[in-house]
Design a protein around this ligand. Structure first.
Ligand code: 5GP
Length: 190
């Protein structure tokens, strides 16, 4: 998606060879017009697949996921990061390792909102090592739903996320693919 690539070129900050900051239009300040275009791209890519719900991990995926849900006229499910000691019969839970924060967290979803009748599209901001996406897939499968695919704004192709998801039979749609980064310089894959 050219518009997203341009914004990354102009405003993205490669902190080092692994971490890209997009705080001025995705992660801290959010550009609604760009997010709407992102939602339209995902809606077009994943149309006619029998998708019943959009899911994202709180919090940075919420803006693009909400726009995708609006464009597809579907509900958005926010997978919650909660303390692991919460015991609740109506919650499905799974442990995920965070790439940026170098820590683990418990991801949960209520059985009220996901069931075996759901075919779910996952939307997130970044795909790096694929741990967040794999955790979301595991959680949705625990809830007996099926996963239609995953849409990410930014994929870092030098990290193994896509291979990890392909090995599980999950299709990835990435709107911008970064092949290489170093402080002050970003190279796209396409
Ligand atoms: P993964 O689980 O694929 O390694 O990482 C995915 C999650 O880590 C994303 O949801 C995102 O929040 C965060 N993340 C991974 N790489 C980056 C990055 O380069 N920049 C930012 N801002 N977040 C990232």
């Amino acid at each position: 998606m050219k518009e997203l690539q341009n914004r990354i070129m102009i405003e993205g900050v490669a902190v080092n060879s692994e971490i890209l900051k997009v705080d001025s239009f995705v992660n801290h300040q959010v550009d609604p017009a760009l997010m709407l275009h992102v939602g339209q791209e995902f809606a077009e890519h994943f149309k006619n697949r029998g998708i019943t719900k959009i899911a994202t991990i709180e919090s940075s995926g919420i803006a693009p996921a909400l726009m995708t849900a609006q464009c597809m006229q579907l509900p958005l499910i926010i997978l919650k990061k909660q303390p692991s000691k919460v015991l609740n019969d109506s919650l499905y839970q799974t442990q995920v390792t965070s790439f940026t924060k170098e820590m683990s967290y418990e991801l949960s979803v209520s059985s009220k909102y996901i069931s075996e009748n759901d075919h779910v599209l996952i939307i997130d901001d970044f795909l790096a090592n694929g741990e967040a996406a794999t955790g979301a897939i595991r959680l949705l499968r625990k809830a007996h739903a099926t996963v239609a695919g995953i849409g990410v704004l930014i994929e870092k192709t030098f990290q193994p996320g896509r291979e990890k998801l392909a090995a599980q039979g999950i299709e990835v749609c990435a709107l911008a693919r970064i092949r290489h980064m170093e402080a002050g310089h970003i190279t796209f894959a396409d």
